[in-house]
Design a protein around this ligand. Structure first.
Ligand code: TNX
Length: 536
């Protein structure tokens, strides 16, 4: 080969290599692995590169936009090492960087956003701060998985270009964490909030009381936490949140557009409260009723012991004792005062030790008490037997007939069927923790259902949203939480957010598999289901 020919070949090889590198980059940055799946995506096959010089621009005076921008800056700082600058923009003049602008497009709703990404700039248009937050959560997923590391990474921070228009199907997208069966620290709860917010869930239901533990400080009834909070399933030391800690959780959640729904379960699931205060169950009143004739309910004069087992349905508040209502009123008053969100959850499930004729007036009265303290009620599906107040929402967990009755009484429904949406159900018979009384729930089963088509007579218009519940009888630490919650949770988030027409297991499992490097970077101890093609 002549010298000239050789140089031509070498040159061609270089050109080919560069072209190939670009193609690889373009492959690496794409819209294809976003969960929940956005409503509309139009890729344009180039990329925007985030650098330390990238500015974030807030258009107009806007404190909430500023707060969202600060969250993003803090979120990406560890991996990138960049401290992005946040600037106020007065006029519309184009600047390179990330722009948060206000949209007049009301079809986006309160949580929707429109992302326009070019080589030079990213524009996130939304009607409220929640929309900017979700737009930035999407940006986070468009960045390489290394963005989730907590040490500085040497990566090209590229973001695929194009447009994304996105808004949620359901207003209520939630997970429940049972902190009563096993107690979890403030730090654990914050991590849980971060993980659900990453997938655009907007509510965290905290199951704060049960037979095994009382987990929220009530200043007028201090023994609740002193005694009732002192243990947990298996006899561990339990714990509780002071009101200051609870407020800190609420604030942390608010900054991530997650509302806290606190639950005080009653009249059943109340052993911890009864063990804390003898006057709640002693026969000091002629009106004290002994509900069903269980061994438990005969203990009106003796102290009730703390309980560390996992049976359900044996305890009950005394529905005919006046002090019961003083107690509930105090608890709800104190809880309402530290809960900025609209709801208080009053439980109502599995009250097998309460006679139905006592349960019905009790549940009706407690609803009125919640409303008197300025909050709306959520209750498990059994509360449908009682008088349903105009704004009460019923949580469908077991009985479609109850939920149907609730709908007939005008209630909206949160769909959480145990057979599909219980995060404490084992994946299969080999799962190291979890229960299986409702079903084994593999990843495909967890994903492949439609809340609006799950039970006849509960239709789209009746549904406020979906909640995936993690009961913690078998769950003792964060690793256990992550093993049961991941990888099912992103699927529940998608069911709540993305239109059913665009959803399908075969396409979803590929996107889910592509989340693996993110799970790894976030140190999430997930269950590696064989049904999913996990990316390296
Ligand atoms: C049923 S779901 C319960 C909980 C248990 C759960 C275990 C519901 C409203 N009640 O008390 O923890 O099953 O899966």
């Amino acid at each position: 080969m002549s010298l000239i020919n050789r140089s031509v070949v070498a040159l061609l090889a270089i050109v080919a290599l560069v072209a190939c590198n670009n193609a690889e980059k373009q492959q690496a940055v794409s819209f294809k692995d976003i969960i929940p799946k956005p409503v509309l995506v139009k890729p344009s096959n180039e990329f925007f590169t985030l650098s330390k010089a990238t500015g974030i621009f807030i258009h107009g005076e806007n404190d909430t936009a500023n707060a969202v921008a600060r969250w993003f800056v803090a979120q990406i700082k560890p991996a990138t090492g960049f401290e992005l600058e946040i600037n106020a923009m007065k006029g519309p003049d184009a600047k390179e960087g990330i722009h948060l602008t206000t949209s007049a497009d009301t079809t986006l709703g309160k949580e929707g956003y429109e992302l326009t990404i070019t080589k030079e700039a990213i524009n996130i248009a939304a009607t409220t701060a929640a929309g900017w937050f979700y737009g930035l959560q999407t940006i986070r997923q468009l960045l390489p998985a290394a963005i989730e590391m907590n040490t500085t990474q040497n990566a090209d921070w590229q973001i695929a270009t194009g447009t994304i228009r996105d808004y949620p199907e359901y207003a209520y997208r939630s997970s429940m964490l049972d902190v009563a069966r096993h107690f979890f620290s403030v730090e654990d709860v914050k991590r849980y909030i971060d993980l659900i917010a990453m997938y655009k869930m907007n509510n965290l239901h905290l199951h704060l009381s049960d037979d095994q533990g009382w987990r929220i400080e009530i200043k007028s009834w201090p023994e609740l936490t002193k005694i009732g909070g002192s243990t947990e399933v298996g006899g561990g030391k339990g714990g509780f949140y002071t009101q200051e800690q609870y407020k800190d959780i609420v604030k942390y959640a608010q900054e991530r557009f997650v509302n806290i729904v606190p639950e005080i379960d009653m009249p059943g699931h109340t052993n911890a409260a009864l063990a804390s205060y003898k006057e709640l169950h002693s026969a000091d009143s002629m009106a004290a009723n002994l509900q069903a004739n269980t061994e438990f309910n005969k203990k009106e004069d003796t102290a009730i012991n703390l309980y560390t087992g996992t049976e359900v349905g044996f305890s009950s508040l005394r529905t005919k004792k006046p002090i019961t209502y003083k107690f509930i009123d105090d608890v709800i008053r104190e809880l309402a005062a530290i809960t900025p969100g609209p709801w208080i959850h009053i439980g109502g499930d599995e009250s097998h030790a309460t006679k139905k004729e006592d349960y019905i007036p009790f549940m009706s009265r407690v609803q009125e008490m919640v409303i008197a303290h300025g909050k709306k009620v959520i209750g498990w599906d059994e509360i449908a037997w009682s008088t349903i107040q105009p704004n009460t929402t019923v949580q469908f967990w077991a009985d479609a007939e109850n939920s149907k009755m609730a709908v007939a009484k005008g209630a909206k429904v949160i769909v959480s069927p145990a057979k599909k949406a219980y995060l404490d159900m084992q994946y299969d018979s080999t799962s190291r923790i979890g229960l299986h009384w409702a079903a084994y729930i593999e990843i495909d089963s967890a994903y492949s259902w439609d809340p609006a088509n799950y039970a006849d007579s509960i239709k789209r218009d009746n549904i406020l949203g979906i909640e995936a519940a993690l009961w913690t009888e078998t769950v003792t630490n964060m690793d256990d939480i992550e093993y049961l919650v991941f990888p099912r949770l992103p699927g529940y988030a998608e069911i709540g957010w993305s239109p059913v027409q665009g959803r399908g297991w075969n396409e979803y499992k590929v996107r889910l598999g592509l989340q693996a490097p993110r799970f790894k970077a976030l140190n999430i101890d997930y269950y590696k289901s064989k049904l999913v093609p996990w990316a390296e």
